[in-house]
Design a protein around this ligand. Structure first.
Ligand SMILES: Nc1nc2c(ncn2[C@@H]2O[C@H](COP(=O)(O)OP(=O)(O)OP(=O)(O)O)[C@@H](O)[C@H]2O)c(=O)[nH]1
Ligand SMILES: [Mg+2]
Length: 302
């Protein structure tokens, strides 16, 4: 046992980047299971989510974080930024994620935060599948490597899985020696209830227009495992009556489609039949209220 302990490596790796660069896609891919919502829209992730990857004698504990956005006018964005920045200083290694061929002000803002935190950092250049002309990739990688003393610069695609193992190996080499923090069978620190909320929110965000997503939150209120079927009651919170109308849709059609999509995802994920009941409630200004954010688990970092 002692012998084994000396040889294992384990540490925290924070996934940090602008909104929409593909942090959660990478988390889900590396863990091999869908832990959290992914959408085409920025500001999808609202919590710090752990994903645990155990391979042989190495355990990589990934921390997915909300995208850092210098635009701080909304209370929720401020809370999300602080969550990400806290993860940055908690981590043994930082994975700074950018999109292939794009490095903009938002990325520079984050690079400054990484410099201040002073943690060893791997630069992940994601979405390489979108670069048709590979000759443009090399100068991009070289330019990035000049900007900061990274442990490594790793191009990959979270979508196709290309070079994902390259990143796992690179991280493994730099993780500190030490005992595993989690059971090797464990994939996340989040309960099934949280995953259910995420799948419902993903179904909502994918089907709603630009205006509504920021105003939506999901809370599972009831969960009952019965023989052969799990009953889940979930509340969808919106900020205005008009948004409630949009979420419910004409004759309840939109809510029905959202429910069907979320139920299918959940049945695949949890491996059992689900009965899902969704209720929509208006709670004015919840995204600007500290109390409401706390109740929804969108918390200030400890
Ligand atoms: N083409 C391509 N698209 C990707 C890749 N990785 C992620 N995406 C897409 O990028 C969008 C955003 O992905 P997310 O994983 O939600 O991004 P995120 O960084 O977690 O976003 P926030 O949580 O909002 O900060 C989704 O539409 C993904 O399907 C990739 O490697 N290639
Ligand atoms: Mg995300």
């Amino acid at each position: 046992m002692t012998e084994n302990r000396e040889r294992t490596r384990c540490g925290l790796v924070a996934l940090i980047g602008r909104p929409n660069v593909g942090k959660t896609t990478l988390l889900n891919r590396m863990v091999g299971e869908k832990l959290a919502a992914i959408t085409r829209k920025p500001h999808t992730t609202r919590n710090r989510i752990l994903g645990i990857v155990t391979q042989g004698s190495t355990q990589t504990v990934l921390i997915d974080t909300p995208g850092i956005d210098p635009e701080r006018s909304r209370l929720m964005n401020q809370v999300l930024n602080r969550t990400a920045v806290q993860a940055l200083s908690d981590a043994d290694i930082v994975c700074f994620i950018v999109e292939a061929g794009r490095f903009e002000d938002g990325d520079r803002f984050i690079l400054d935060a990484i410099r201040s935190a002073g943690r060893p950092t791997v630069l992940v250049v994601n979405k390489v599948d979108r670069v048709a002309d590979k000759t443009v990739l090399l100068p991009f990688l070289e330019a990035r490597a000049q900007e900061h003393d990274y442990l490594a610069v790793v191009p990959l695609s979270g979508k196709t899985g290309r070079n994902l193992q390259g990143l796992v190996d690179e991280l493994g080499r730099h993780l500190p020696e030490g005992p595993f923090l989690y059971d090797p069978e464990q994939l996340s620190d989040r309960p099934e209830r949280f995953r259910a909320e995420e799948m419902i929110r993903e179904a909502l965000l994918e089907r709603l227009g630009q205006e509504v997503p920021y105003a939506v939150a999901v809370q599972v209120e009831g969960w009952e495992d019965r023989p052969g079927i799990t009953h889940i009651d979930a509340l969808i919170l919106v900020e205005r009556q008009s948004q409630k109308g949009i979420v419910i849709g004409k004759g309840g059609q939109m809510l029905k489609r959202i429910g069907q999509a979320a139920r299918q995802q959940l049945e695949g994920l949890l491996g059992r039949k689900i009965m899902l009941r969704l209720t929509v409630r208006v709670e004015e200004g919840w995204s600007q209220s500290n109390r409401a954010l706390r109740e929804l688990g969108i918390e200030e970092p400890r």
